[in-house]
Design a protein. Structure first.
Length: 402
């Protein structure tokens, strides 16, 4: 065991997957409460990678793999975006041969290697009793693996797409929606000046919430989402009509990165996949833009309509968190400590119907959270549908699971 002096025990925390505003406030929420309850907190660096690459040797410099967290450290970082612990998409149960740390290459030489036994040994060596991973369904799915191995895990949901099952809200989503609305409104000046279509590609691999909410808020005329394969002729006709009605002669569509043409499939930047089997998406906005321009004369008296094409991408996940992504992560961190102090584990802290709660952590792998097309998306108008807001959650269509 590492030479770490504690009062009650040691809690580990890590952030995995893509960065979002709100991760540092979550780390702060966990650490402040844990230290005041008499625990020590270790932050693992680069998500699961820090636990994979550790060397169990007192003389080895593991500063790149973990650090002991203090109030001063987390308080300074807690007001900022991103994650000061850094992140990765490492999946310890599927580490490539080239990704196996040098000190483990003699023991693990398959094309894909399950390093879970080493992860458990590393946790034991540090004396970590509880682990709090913060991430999306990929990061949390490995948390489920550790839970099933008997380790005490409490998950915190994070993702721009708001698609972790079991919760109405994932850290990062509010800032994403806020930034998308703001940037779309900023780009209106160019779209209006040049009387163009405006195509903005936003995050959303399998779920279209990050396109739906800004559109519902009035940032765009239309949106296309992964849950419904769209007809490009229909979209062109709708945007052309929107453009004619607009005194400034422009119209806007938000395109989820996972959206698909009728008869088509997802568009990828390249064929390489990460450790969780996901290829990098990107390019559907470009294709939509090309087709809109090509088809526009048909709906504009024979004249071509040019397109402003912008991929918002990392612009909506960088910078400081908004109010919701400053408050909810603090609450989630304290919820995790409430469970820990009650000797409860194997849980995911959640917001459900406006109330903080928890669900079994296996929820993240037992179902999918996507837009309920029948209830919330008008396939004829290619935009959100809502009949009544009574008794709906804060973000309206984000409580449904399929």
């Amino acid at each position: 065991m590492a030479n770490i002096n504690t009062k009650k025990g040691v809690i580990g925390i890590l952030t995995g997957g893509g960065d979002v505003p709100g991760l540092n406030p979550a780390i702060r929420g966990v650490t402040f409460r844990a230290l005041r309850e008499g625990y020590q907190v270790i932050g693992f660096r680069r998500g699961w990678a820090g636990l994979v690459e550790m060397v169990r040797d007192h003389n080895h410099d593991n500063s790149e793999n973990f650090q002991v967290l203090t109030e001063e450290l987390v308080n300074r970082a807690g007001r900022t975006g991103g994650t000061f612990l850094h992140s990765s998409r490492t999946n310890p149960s599927r580490v490539s041969k080239s990704g196996v740390p040098e000190h483990l290459k003699d023991s693990f030489s398959a094309d894909k290697n399950d390093l879970t036994p080493e992860v458990l040994k590393n946790l034991a060596w540090l004396g970590v009793e509880y682990l709090i991973p913060i991430g999306g369904d990929d990061t949390l799915s490995y948390g489920v693996r550790l839970h099933r191995e008997g380790f005490k895990v409490i998950g915190i949901p994070k993702t721009m797409d708001n698609d972790v099952p079991g919760t109405d809200y994932c850290i990062g989503f509010s800032t994403c929606v806020t930034r998308t609305i703001h940037m779309t409104n900023d780009l209106r000046t160019s779209a209006g000046s040049h009387e163009r279509f405006m195509v903005l590609e936003v995050f959303g691999r399998y779920a279209g919430f990050s396109a739906m909410l800004p559109t519902m808020a009035g940032a765009a005329n239309r949106c296309v989402i992964p849950e419904h394969k769209f007809n490009i002729e229909q979209l062109t006709e709708l945007l052309s009509a929107d453009r004619r009605k607009n005194p400034s002669r422009y119209s806007t569509v938000l395109v989820s990165e996972g959206a698909m043409f009728e008869g088509g499939e997802m568009v990828f930047e390249h064929e390489a996949a990460d450790a969780f089997g996901h290829k990098k998406l990107g390019g559907i906005g470009d294709l939509v833009s090309e087709k809109l321009k090509e088809l526009s004369p048909k709906y504009n008296n024979g004249k071509t309509v040019d397109v402003i094409n912008q991929k918002l991408g990392y612009l909506v996940r960088c910078g400081d968190p908004d109010a919701i992504d400053s408050i909810v992560p603090m609450a989630y961190g304290n919820l995790a400590l409430d469970l820990l102090l009650s000797k409860i584990h194997g849980k995911l802290v959640v917001l459900k119907n406006g109330r903080y709660d928890n669900v079994p952590i296996e929820t993240v792998i037992s179902t999918k959270k996507v837009v309920n097309v029948k209830e919330h998306y008008n396939t004829k108008r290619l935009r959100p549908h809502y009949a009544s807001f009574e008794m709906k959650p804060l973000f309206i269509m984000t409580s449904e699971s399929a």
